[in-house]
Design a protein around this ligand. Structure first.
Ligand SMILES: [Zn+2]
Length: 268
C-alpha cells in the first residue's frame, strides 16, 4: 500500500514538471483583442476587403499608396496555419474595413490621431465590420524623413490594420502594435517579430472562447503567471502536498505499528 502511494506521488510530480515545461509560453509582448465574452477577435472571411472612403488631404494619391503598402505588409506574413490577407475593395463591392479620414467633428480628442472601431460577434470574436478613422485636420506624411509636426500615414495605417485584424497593443518598443506614436516619430513600416507572432497566434488557434489563455500580455517584465504555468505550478504543489500527506500517514502508520503491531492504518 505504502509503495503504491509512493509510485503515485512520483507520477504526479513528474507530470507537474512536464506540464510546467511544455506550456511555458514565449515572452511575446502582443495582446489579442477580445470580444465582449472573451473570444479572440479575428477576420473570418479572408482576404478582408478594404476601402479608403475619401482621400487623405495632402497626398497626390489621397493616401491610397500608403494604405496599399500597409495592407501588403500584413498580407506578406507567412504563418504555419491560416494567414491574414487584405485586398482593396472594387467599386460597388462591400468592404469589411473602411478607412475614413474625418475632416470635422473629430470625437477622439486632441491626442488621438487615428482610431479603429472593431465590431465583432461577442461569442465567436468574428470581426464583422471595422472603421478606421483618421484625423484629417492633422498633418500626415509619406516622406522618408517625417516632419516634426506630422505623422507617417503608412506607419499609422499599418498599426490600425493590425487592430482591424484583431490585435490589441504590444508591450514591445519595436513593435508596430506598440501604442503611442507621436508627431515627428520615425516611420515604422515593417513588422516586428512580435507583430508576426501575434498575428500568427491569432489565426492559428480555434475561434472559440478559451479559458486557458491569459487575456493580458505575457510581458517578461511582469511576473504574471499565465494560466498554463499556474496549472503546472498547481500540479507540482498538489504533488508536493500529496507527498507530505503520504509521509505524514506513513509516519502515523509507523507510530500505530509501534504501539499496536496488529493494526493497519485505515487510509493508506
Ligand atoms: Zn492602437
Amino acid at each position: 500500500m505504502i509503495r503504491a502511494r509512493a509510485v503515485l506521488v512520483f507520477v504526479r510530480a513528474t507530470l507537474g514538471v512536464l506540464v510546467a515545461l511544455s506550456f511555458t509560453p514565449p515572452a511575446w509582448g502582443y495582446e489579442h483583442g477580445r470580444s465582449e465574452y472573451g473570444a479572440r477577435l479575428r477576420l473570418a472571411s479572408l482576404p478582408a476587403r478594404v476601402r479608403l472612403a475619401t482621400p487623405v488631404p495632402g497626398f497626390f494619391d489621397g493616401g491610397r499608396g500608403a494604405l496599399l503598402r500597409a495592407m501588403a505588409t500584413w498580407s506578406s506574413v507567412h504563418c504555419d496555419a491560416r494567414e491574414v490577407s487584405f485586398v482593396e475593395a472594387n467599386s460597388g463591392e462591400e468592404a469589411l474595413i473602411e478607412v475614413r479620414p474625418v475632416s470635422s467633428g473629430w470625437r477622439h480628442g486632441p491626442v488621438i490621431a487615428a482610431h479603429t472601431d472593431v465590431e465583432s460577434d461577442k461569442w465567436t470574436g468574428e470581426i464583422r465590420r471595422v472603421v478606421i478613422e483618421l484625423d484629417a485636420t492633422r498633418r500626415w506624411s509619406d516622406a522618408e524623413v517625417v516632419p516634426a509636426d506630422a505623422l507617417d500615414l503608412e506607419t499609422v495605417l499599418l498599426h490600425e490594420i493590425g487592430h482591424a485584424a484583431g490585435l490589441a497593443h504590444s508591450g514591445h518598443t519595436s513593435a508596430v502594435m506598440r501604442a503611442g506614436l507621436k508627431p515627428g516619430h520615425a516611420a515604422r513600416r515593417a513588422l516586428d517579430p512580435d507583430d508576426v507572432a501575434g498575428i500568427c497566434a491569432a489565426y492559428a488557434a480555434p475561434a472559440k472562447v478559451r479559458q486557458d489563455e491569459p487575456s493580458v500580455r505575457t510581458d517578461p517584465r511582469i511576473s504574471f503567471p499565465s494560466a498554463p504555468r499556474a496549472l503546472g505550478l498547481a500540479a507540482a504543489l498538489g504533488a508536493l502536498g500529496a507527498g507530505i500527506a503520504g509521509w505524514r500517514r506513513r509516519r502515523r502508520a509507523r507510530a500505530i505499528s509501534r504501539s499496536d503491531p496488529g493494526s493497519a492504518p485505515a487510509d493508506a
